[in-house]
Design a protein around this ligand. Structure first.
Ligand code: ADP
Length: 623
């Protein structure tokens, strides 16, 4: 992404994106917007009521000095101010509560999108980069969709504060200095226009400087992202349990720290620090100076008019107070506008991600839930290239699965076995050729229906840090007896000393009281999860890689019984375990180079299977 393009966003575009974001959050959390608007209204308008009431008290003090009237105004001021504080406190509490509810959902739009993307999309480097950029921007300063929500209350408050301020200061310009005063020039429209113009110029100048300073900061996004990357990678490395052993064995701490310290994104030498000492700091200082000048100008104008006899002391309090509220409101409007503009580039990136299309064709045919599991799948001249790759991962693959059969897929590393499974499960669509389910192209079926036909244990599966039972069942409410049966079938022992809460024991240490599983135990749990799904196709990609030989033998002995009437496909490096399969497909360089039973393939001495068998046979007892 071009850095300039990323950081330049005009007001129009920024507002369009900001309104879209508000709409998005309104759908998710309407309560927040109502509470924020009401709370903002209370905060914006309450000071005017206090200012007006105080003006009455001071006016009375400086004028009639009637004790009864004075007591009335004082009592009204105190009671109303107290009542407003109470109401504002309650509104603020409601708004805080709603904001908290919303903040919990802060990442939901991103995670929902990521989870709903076609698998092929999530595999693309650009998509991962985009997602990381959006997350990093949020991590830095909250830039992006969530920050936009915060602007809503500022925006409401600012607009109402300005409207209230205009209402309370309007008479300042229309109350004339009495004739005969040496300052009657203050009555002239030209003078008033001049004063007004000077005030507006000071507000604009102050905010122009402030916005510019914000924009300068937002343009450091890429430097901060880089710093955060260093921070999360190097800074957190020591806490990473997966790397802890290597870190110690190879004494990598030193070189890790050296790389970490070489990044200066957050040190006094960083570009942000330099800008804050230089241009950005200067602009912030100027912004404050213009604000101070403005306050001086307001005081001067109001006091001169009062001195010349246009109004009394009470009105001075009202005008000075209301004018400072008004200019505060104008400042807040402009500041919010500036921030909305600065956030525009980050929202553009956010929506670039949220608008990513799902190009996979979604058919409408249902797969009909068949109790006889008569689902016939056929690969017809299928070739496949990974997105962005020129190399064929699969080439002219033709194979069909007999219902209820056991098919083994073998071949050297990188020969296309896992890719074959991914295409079968429609995680990717073929680049050429077609895959048919009961004679119909699988693209014509509803996607959810189609993938429901498969139970897969992927080679690089990950179990979430949830209770064991939920892991197996994939839902919160589940059939506990069935979960136990599936675990038992997969050879997973529910030992009370290891799993004190049985099915309710959390896996891994991310959660309190979680237990760590060994690779083999995790693999058994993953197999149990596949069994629980009870789909017509059972696919195991290297199912025994982490299992000890006894566990492996157990799984294979049971495999036929476990698979039952399901069609089973499994990938294995250990050819001895393919013997029980009805058919074996041998992959090499993305193509199926041999098919047949174990006996037939071993007998073919010119074939790859024979070579692989010979290579492994020296480690095993020959059949
Ligand atoms: P196997 O399972 O037989 O070890 P794979 O199916 O994983 O082989 O890989 C087949 C080929 O596709 C390999 O050359 C591999 O490098 C390539 N490949 C696998 N995954 C990707 C991917 N996500 N993007 C690009 N190429 C890939």
């Amino acid at each position: 992404m071009n850095e300039n393009a990323e950081n330049t966003c005009g007001y129009r575009e920024a507002w369009r994106l900001n309104l879209r974001t508000w709409k998005m959050w309104m759908r998710r959390c309407p309560g927040y917007f109502l509470s924020a608007a009401l709370s903002a209204a209370g905060q914006a308008l309450a000071p005017y009521a206090t200012i007006w009431l105080s003006a009455q008290v001071i006016g009375e003090l400086a004028g009639g000095r009637d004790p009864q009237r004075l007591a009335f105004w004082a009592a009204l001021t105190v009671s109303l101010t107290a009542a407003m504080s109470l109401v504002n406190g309650l509104l603020k509490r409601w708004a805080n509560y709603a904001e908290n509810e919303l903040s919990v959902q802060k990442l939901r739009p991103l995670t929902d999108k990521m989870a709903s993307l076609d698998y092929a999309q999530t595999d693309r480097q650009e998509v991962q980069d985009l997602y990381q950029q959006v997350r990093q921007n949020d991590n830095w300063n909250g830039w992006g969709a969530y920050l936009s929500v915060m602007f809503f209350s500022d925006f409401c408050k600012a607009v109402l504060q300005v409207l209230g301020g205009v209402g309370f200061t309007l008479t300042l310009f229309f109350t004339d200095v009495p004739a005969g005063s040496p300052l009657t020039a203050l009555n002239s429209p030209l003078c008033m226009l001049g004063v007004l113009a000077a005030m507006i110029a000071a507000v604009l100048a102050s905010n122009a400087c402030g916005s510019r300073a914000d924009l300068i900061l937002s343009r450091q996004a890429s430097a901060v992202r880089e710093g955060n990357r260093y921070f999360s990678f190097f800074g957190m490395m020591a806490f990473d349990a997966d790397r802890a052993a290597d870190l110690r064995m190879y004494r990598q701490q030193e070189s890790v720290c050296r790389h970490y310290m070489q990044n200066h994104s957050f040190t006094p030498r960083s570009p942000i620090a330099r800008l804050t000492r230089g241009k950005r700091g200067l602009l912030r200082g100027l912004s404050q100076s213009f604000s101070a000048l403005l306050t001086c100008a307001v005081y001067l104008f109001v006091c001169l008019k009062a001195w010349a006899g246009a109004f009394g002391a009470g009105a001075v309090t009202q005008y000075v107070g209301a004018a400072s509220q008004l200019f505060g409101g104008i400042s807040l409007v402009l500041e919010t506008f500036g921030q909305i503009r600065a956030n525009g580039a980050f929202l553009r990136l956010t929506f670039e991600f949220l608008d990513l299309p799902n190009p996979m064709y979604q058919g409408s045919l249902t797969t009909e839930k068949r109790s006889d599991r008569q689902y016939q799948v056929e690969f017809r001249d299928v070739s496949f290239r990974y997105p962005g790759s020129d190399a064929w991962a699969l080439r002219h693959v033709n194979v069909s699965f007999r219902v209820g059969s056991r098919l083994a897929v073998v071949g050297p590393n990188g020969s296309g076995k896992t890719t074959f499974i991914k295409l079968l499960c429609r995680l990717y669509d073929p680049t050429e050729g077609e895959i048919l389910l009961n004679g119909i192209d699988i693209r014509k079926y509803r996607y959810d229906d189609y993938i429901a036909l498969f139970s897969v244990v992927f080679q690089d599966f990950r179990l979430p840090s949830l209770p064991l039972g939920e892991n197996v069942a994939g839902t919160v409410q589940y059939d506990r007896e069935k979960a136990k049966r599936c675990l038992a079938d997969a050879g997973f022992e529910l030992r009370p000393d290891k799993l004190p809460q049985g099915l309710d024991t959390y896996l891994y240490k991310d959660m309190e009281e979680g237990v760590n599983l060994s690779g083999g135990e995790a693999q058994k749990a993953a197999i149990a999860r596949a069994l629980y799904k009870d789909a017509p196709f059972l696919i195991l990609d290297e199912p025994t890689a982490s299992l000890d030989p006894i566990a492996e033998a157990e799984i294979y002995e049971k495999f036929n019984a476990i698979a039952g009437d399901r069609t089973a496909v499994y990938i294995s490096h250990r050819l001895s375990s393919c013997k029980f399969c009805d058919a074996i497909a041998v992959f090499d360089h993305g193509a199926i180079v041999q098919t047949g039973t174990h006996a037939a393939l071993v007998a073919d001495e010119t074939g790859l299977y024979h070579t692989l068998w010979q290579a492994q046979a020296q480690y095993y007892t020959k059949p």
